[in-house]
Write a protein that binds this ligand. Structure first.
Ligand SMILES: NC(=O)c1ccc[n+]([C@@H]2O[C@H](COP(=O)([O-])OP(=O)(O)OC[C@H]3O[C@@H](n4cnc5c(N)ncnc54)[C@H](OP(=O)(O)O)[C@@H]3O)[C@@H](O)[C@H]2O)c1
Length: 238
C-alpha cells in the first residue's frame, strides 16, 4: 500500500487518479477546494480530504503539517484561461494562471519534497501545450512550459526521488468542456488515468498521450520557429 498525495483531486484527471489509487488499496490524501466533493470522496473511497486553496502558501504548510512518509506526490491541480486579444494583454489573468499552474507547485515542493520517502516519486502534470507556442495560450502555455522545465530540472537534481512529467493532449474534463474550438484526438479521463498510472509505475521520466497527437506536436517542435510561426497564425485564424 502506498501513501499518495494528489492535488486537484475533486475533478477531471486528478479525481480519476484518486479513485483509481483508492480502489487499488492505496492511502490517498485528496486535495481540492470543493468541500462537498471531498466529503463524497472521503465517504465513498475512504480518502483523507484536504480542502484548501493552493495559491495560499500558509494553507499548504498547515494542511500538510501532519503528513509524512509519502510514496508518491502528484501535483496535478491547474487552471486554464485564454488570452483572447494579445494586444490588450490581461496581466491579472496571466498572474492567476501562473499562480495556480506554477507558483503553487513551488510552494508544494517546499513543503512536500522533505516528506517523500527515499526512492519515492514525484509526478507533475503539465500539458502538451508546453511543446509549442499556440494561439491564445500566452498564459496557460507559458505556465506549462515553465512547469515542464521545472519538472525536468528536478528529475536531474533531486536525489532519491524519481520524477515523472505528464504531457496530456486533450482530455474530456470540466477544464476542456469550456473550450469552444476543435480538440483533435480528445481522450476520456479513464484513458488518461491508465496512461499516467502505467507511466508512474514504470517510473518513466515523461508520460505523453494520446501518442497519435503528441508525436505530431513533438515533430512540429523540431521545426525552426520561422516555419512554425505561420502555421500557428493559420490555426489562430481558424
Ligand atoms: N483536460 C485536459 O485536456 C488537459 C490537458 C493537458 C493538461 N491538463 C492538466 O491536467 C491538470 C488537471 O486538469 P483537469 O482537466 O482535470 O481540470 P479540472 O477538471 O478543471 O480540475 C482541476 C482541479 O484543480 C483544482 N484546483 C484548481 N485551482 C485550484 C486552487 N486554486 N486551489 C486548489 N485546487 C485547485 C480543482 O479543485 P477545486 O475545483 O476543488 O477547486 C480541480 O480539482 C491541470 O493541471 C491541467 O492543466 C489537462
Amino acid at each position: 500500500m502506498s501513501k499518495i498525495v494528489i492535488t486537484g483531486a475533486t475533478s477531471g484527471i486528478g479525481e480519476g487518479l484518486a479513485k483509481h489509487y483508492a480502489n487499488s488499496g492505496d492511502e490517498v490524501i485528496a486535495c481540492g477546494r470543493n468541500q462537498e466533493i471531498l466529503s463524497d470522496l472521503q465517504r465513498n473511497f475512504a480518502m483523507t480530504p484536504k480542502a484548501f486553496d493552493l495559491t495560499d502558501p500558509e494553507a499548504i504548510k498547515s494542511n500538510f503539517a501532519d503528513v509524512d512518509e509519502l510514496d508518491l506526490v502528484i501535483l496535478n491541480a491547474g487552471g486554464c484561461e485564454y488570452i483572447d486579444n494579445a494586444n490588450e494583454f490581461d496581466g491579472k489573468l496571466f498572474e492567476r494562471i501562473m499562480r495556480i499552474n506554477l507558483i503553487s507547485v513551488g510552494h508544494c515542493l517546499e513543503v512536500l519534497l522533505p516528506k517523500i520517502k527515499p526512492h519515492g516519486q514525484l509526478c507533475i502534470v503539465s500539458s502538451s501545450s508546453s511543446y509549442l507556442p499556440l494561439p491564445r495560450a500566452e498564459a496557460y502555455g507559458a505556465s506549462k512550459a515553465a512547469l515542464s522545465y521545472l519538472a525536468r530540472t528536478l528529475s536531474v537534481t533531486l536525489k532519491n526521488i524519481d520524477v515523472t512529467v505528464v504531457h496530456p493532449g486533450f482530455v474530456e474534463t470540466p477544464l476542456t468542456d469550456k473550450n469552444d474550438f476543435p480538440m483533435p484526438c480528445k481522450v476520456s479521463v479513464d484513458e488518461a488515468v491508465e496512461r499516467i498510472v502505467d507511466g508512474v509505475a514504470k517510473r518513466d521520466k515523461e508520460v505523453h498521450f494520446p501518442k497519435r497527437f503528441t508525436w505530431i506536436l513533438k515533430l512540429f517542435r523540431l521545426l525552426p520557429f520561422a516555419l512554425w510561426s505561420p502555421i500557428a497564425k493559420r490555426i489562430a485564424r481558424g
